[in-house]
Ligand binder design. Structure first.
Ligand code: NDP
Ligand code: MG
Ligand code: MG
Length: 337
């Protein structure tokens, strides 16, 4: 069984008295910055002038300076801007200003694994990835708990990179919940595969295909929506809380039998062969090259496919039905993945 690191495994001396620069003040950045400050660290926020990040971080009481200046001051820079900005932000503002022996931290290994960042040899490069969106990372910290996290070392210039990663993870609540050591490659490839094959890509296609099958067969779109999308939350919540065991315990006998005989007819060897292809494209860098090129072209295909997704019939039906679900009307928008 994989070792789970908890607070008693943390050597705080690696970051004692450290100045931590949080660059990027979005979902993860805002949560990390506030958690680390409450854990006693000296946190400075690096942001570009005039953006939402600058405004929000100031309102939260942080000292906010340009990214280059934050990097100059820092013992550790947490680069928490979108992955596709890392190349530019790192090369132009962070690397030229980072002290020898300082650390660069990311929350996802994409930019390092796919060489958008090629770090200078005299700095530590580590990863701390909470397995949850920023609002949960902050909320759990505030009530004295935390979100399970992954940590990893890519480059250890000082001999203390791993201790720094664990200390940061602890300051963010990660070791209160439990942290698991991984590598940049494992974190990056599994994260991409999970969101592509299962969480975002797989789940939406499964839902949309089920909906289309019913509607094409003449059933009402409203009824199909409830069966294929709406009720998915109940099933996922049960799996989240207690695995397949809890889900199978709560659904009917008929649902269970249908699951056993029909699940493998829908997701089969052919599907798994496609999953393997998706994984191969992640491992050999094809997906990353394609995504980086798409960004360089101004994301035309990304925008087109996004628009196409929102124009599907299931989206129209869903929007109307959800206006009748009073409990959804006052919900905060959460961010993830
Ligand atoms: P967000 O999109 O929520 O935050 C973006 C932030 O970056 C904003 O504060 C924005 O500032 C700032 N920013 C964007 N471009 C620049 C730039 N060129 N220079 C300076 N600041 C910039 O990011 P996330 O929190 O979603 O993601 C951050 C990292 O965390 C990524 O590596 C991601 O993969 C990882 N991650 C995210 C998770 C999540 O739940 N979202 C979970 C685990 C890891 P401004 O307001 O000025 O535009
Ligand atoms: Mg099944
Ligand atoms: Mg991801």
């Amino acid at each position: 069984m994989e070792r789970i690191f908890t607070n008693s495994d943390v050597d705080h001396s690696a970051l004692r008295g450290a100045i931590i620069a949080v660059v990027g003040y979005g979902s993860q950045g805002r949560a990390h910055a506030r958690n680390l400050r409450d854990s006693g660290y000296d946190v400075v926020v690096g942001a570009r002038a005039g953006g939402k990040a600058e405004r929000q971080a100031k309102a939260d009481g942080f000292s906010v300076v340009p990214v280059a200046e934050a990097a100059q001051q820092a013992d550790l820079v947490a680069l928490l801007t979108p992955d596709m900005t890392h190349r530019e932000v790192y090369a132009s503002e962070i690397e030229p200003n980072l002290r020898k022996g300082a650390a660069l931290l990311v929350a996802h290994g994409f930019s390092v694994i796919y060489e958008q960042i090629v770090p200078r040899g005299d700095i530590d490069v580590v990863l701390v990835a909470p397995k949850g969106p920023g609002d949960l990372v902050r909320r759990e910290y505030e009530i004295g708990r935390g979100v399970p996290s992954l940590f990893a070392v890519h480059q250890d210039a000082t001999g203390t990179a791993r201790a720094k990663a664990l200390a940061y993870c602890a300051g963010n609540g990660g070791t209160t919940a439990g942290a698991i050591e991984t590598s940049f490659r494992e974190e990056t490839e599994t994260d991409l595969f999970g969101e592509q094959a299962v969480l975002c890509g797989g789940a939406t296609e499964l839902v949309a295909s089920g909906f289309k099958t019913l509607v094409d067969a003449g059933y009402k779109p409203e009824v199909a929506y409830f069966e294929c999308l709406h009720e998915l939350k109940l099933i996922v919540d049960l799996m989240y809380e207690g695995g397949f065991a809890k889900m199978l315990h709560f659904v009917s006998e008929t649902a269970k039998y249908g699951d056993f005989v029909s699940g493998p007819r829908v997701i089969n060897d052919e599907t798994r062969a496609r999953m393997k292809e998706v994984l191969t494209d992640i491992q050999n860098g094809n997906f990353a090259r394609q995504w980086v090129a798409e960004n360089e072209a101004g994301k035309p295909e990304y925008e087109r496919m996004w628009k196409e997704d929102l124009e599907q019939p299931i989206e129209k039906v869903g929007a109307r039905l959800r206006t009748h679900m009073a409990w959804l009307q006052s919900q905060p928008q959460s961010e993830a993945a």
